[in-house]
Design a protein around this ligand. Structure first.
Ligand SMILES: [Fe+2]
Ligand SMILES: [Fe+2]
Length: 151
């Protein structure tokens, strides 16, 4: 996934603990926008669906860039690919979720079939993904980050 205009997104410079706190907060921000987009889709407000999803597009791409570069980098670096397999699998959901987000925006650009269903699917996939990260990926990254910190 690339930044606007194809430029690579730079990972934010933060220590692991601060980054994890930021990522969890951002799940809340994105969950809120996707939830409002779902309500908007249910009442047929296409403009609001587009606006909500367009509004979180840069955040989503920055968030994923940090997860893949920094969190996955830490897990794979410390544990190896085999023991980081679950995180790798969970992070492989980024692209399909982003593709679905683009599809919902496309569907919301004019009256069309399937907007509600696709937006509901997006909300569900995002929720499962965020929960999997918070329960199975971030705690491992937190303990590796803490172990690495000089005390
Ligand atoms: Fe993610
Ligand atoms: Fe995330």
């Amino acid at each position: 996934m690339e930044g606007a205009g194809g430029a690579a997104i730079r990972p934010r410079k933060m220590d692991v603990e601060a980054l994890l706190g930021t990522l969890v907060k951002e799940h809340g921000v994105m969950r809120g926008a996707i939830g409002r987009a779902k309500d908007a889709a249910a009442r047929g407000d296409l403009h609001a669906v587009s606006a909500e999803l367009r509004g979180i597009d840069p955040l989503f791409r920055q968030h994923v860039a940090d997860e893949e570069a920094q969190i996955l980098g830490l897990l794979v670096g410390e544990l190896g690919r085999e023991r980081a397999a679950e995180a790798i699998r969970i992070f492989q959901q980024h692209r399909p979720i982003y593709q679905l987000m683009l599809k919902v925006r496309e569907l919301a650009s004019r009256p069309s079939e399937g907007l509600r269903e696709s937006e509901a699917e997006l909300a569900e996939l995002f929720e499962l993904h965020a929960r999997a990260e918070e329960s199975a990926v971030f705690p491992r990254a937190a303990s590796l980050g803490a172990a690495r910190r000089p005390s």
